[in-house]
Ligand binder design. Structure first.
Ligand SMILES: [Zn+2]
Length: 466
């Protein structure tokens, strides 16, 4: 033990948030899905002031690359006779159980631990406290927040760096030091904000938020009866569900949900896409009381441009009615008012005609619109601009909102894969809409936007729907 270092301890203000398990892992590389753990160290701070220290080398069952051996000092020879993860899983699980998972760059260590558990067919999830984020929050003007930077900046002492216990001690020493420098209450407040500690809805059992998985999926909130009061989708189920009840961010709707909530269900999916589609499907089927998303979706629509005997005009088309493929379609807009706001801005920028856009109506044929009177309209209303010329300018003004043509010859299939959880969902689409049982569902702006991104990123992931 180095003489300049004081014994590790955390203030009670911090432990009031929960027991803290500081953890560090050494690995064979940087990818939690492919690389393996070679060493784990844990220091758990118990509520009663006790500390449990545990460390073990782990046999990764794969060779450690030479560069990593040099960095960590953990060689193939050292791990040859070490236990495999399987052999220590129960001990580790007991050590981490119910504690906040604290680590420097916590997503890294968490990803590795989760995957080691997954390889032995077990689920692991915990609340994360990342000390990189804690350092950024407490010392916003500092630039480096790596462990080396923290150790030297705060003179935390000497640690056996790049070995699990050394890094784990350094991380705990940083939190201890910050509590002395900033006051325990401030550090606890920062940690609470990062943890977003949820206040448990009053009618839920105490462990209701404990075992929610991390992956993408759809969640359902139930009140007193068997009808859901809310259905939502998430990229990270656990984080999203808990965020409904974290005191900092609770909205009116969340506060009401919290009071009414009696039971939570979730359905994991292979990805964000499947979650989005399953959410729409469940919302349509179950009609939850508090779903604003549904009402919002029902107001979406397009502006269709047509040029016929009634003249050149734009017409609102609700997304739910937008079944046919129309060549001159613009949007989607969140609602008719949003479409009008957008159009008014475009009209100013592109010097369009107020009468033609329907913002005003001529009292007699050929009466100039207001924009014309102030010299902004080019005179389509007075026939001083030709219909062809005006149509061209209008199409240019609307171009950024033009609904793109469906890029495939027909319906298409997309496989959404979740490698981590070994799950595949098959999704079918046509004309920017999802298909269910062969029928095209109403246009949904969320589906459209996500679909467009995914097609742009990996068009090869789509194949014809035979
Ligand atoms: Zn005009």
């Amino acid at each position: 033990m180095h003489p300049s270092r004081q014994p590790l301890a955390l203030p009670p203000e911090l432990l009031a948030l929960g027991e803290f398990a500081f953890i560090d892992v050494e690995t064979t590389g940087g990818n939690p899905l492919a690389d393996r753990v070679t060493e784990i160290a844990v220091i758990r701070f118990h509520a009663d002031g006790r500390q449990t220290r545990w460390q073990s080398l782990i046999n990764p069952s794969v060779p450690i690359p030479p560069a990593i051996q040099t960095l960590t000092g953990i060689s193939n020879a050292m791990v040859r006779d070490a236990p495999e993860f399987f052999a220590i899983r129960e001990e580790l699980c007991a050590l981490l159980d119910g504690a906040v998972f604290v680590a420097h760059n916590a997503r890294f260590d968490y990803g590795f631990i989760k995957n080691e558990f997954r390889r032995v067919q077990e689920q692991f999830s915990a609340d994360l406290l990342c000390t990189v984020r804690l350092s950024r929050r407490l010392y916003p003007t500092e630039r480096g927040h790596g462990l080396d930077a923290l150790v030297s900046r705060h003179r935390l002492g000497h640690f056996e760096r790049h070995r699990a216990m050394g890094d784990c001690e350094a991380t705990a020493a940083f939190v201890q030091h910050a509590s002395e420098e900033h006051s325990p209450a401030n550090v606890a407040a920062a940690a609470r904000a990062l943890l977003r500690t949820p206040s448990l809805p009053p009618h839920l059992p105490p462990d209701a938020l404990a075992n929610i998985p991390d992956g993408p999926g759809v969640y359902l909130f139930f009140g007193v009866n068997d009808l859901p009061i809310y259905i939502g989708k998430a990229k990270h189920l656990r984080e999203r569900i808990r965020s409904h009840f974290s005191s900092d961010h609770m909205t009116m709707n969340d506060a009401r949900l919290s009071r009414e909530l009696r039971r939570i269900e979730w359905r994991p999916t292979a990805g964000e896409f499947s979650a989005l589609l399953l959410e729409s499907e469940l919302i349509k089927e179950r009609m939850p009381l508090r779903n604003i998303a549904l009402r919002r979706r029902e107001r979406q629509g397009f502006l269709d441009l047509s040029d016929d005997e009634r003249g050149l005009h734009l017409e609102w088309c609700a997304a739910s009615e937008a079944k046919d493929v129309v060549p001159d379609r613009y949007g989607p807009f969140t609602d008719q008012a949003a479409a009008k706001r957008w159009l008014m801005a475009a009209a100013r920028e592109h010097r369009l005609c107020d009468h033609q856009l329907g913002f005003s109506r001529p009292r007699h044929a050929g009466e100039p619109c207001f924009a014309r009177q102030i010299g902004r309209c080019h005179g389509y209303c007075e026939d001083s601009e030709s219909r062809d010329r005006y149509r061209q300018r209008l199409q240019i003004a609307l171009a950024s909102k033009r609904l793109p043509a469906w890029p495939f010859p027909g319906a298409t299939i997309f496989e959404e894969r979740d490698i981590e959880h070994d799950r595949v969902d098959l999704l079918a689409f046509d004309q920017w809409c999802s298909l269910a049982g062969g029928a095209r569902l109403p246009f949904d702006g969320d589906v459209f936007r996500l679909l467009r991104q995914v097609i742009e990123r990996s068009p090869e992931a789509f194949r014809p729907f035979a």
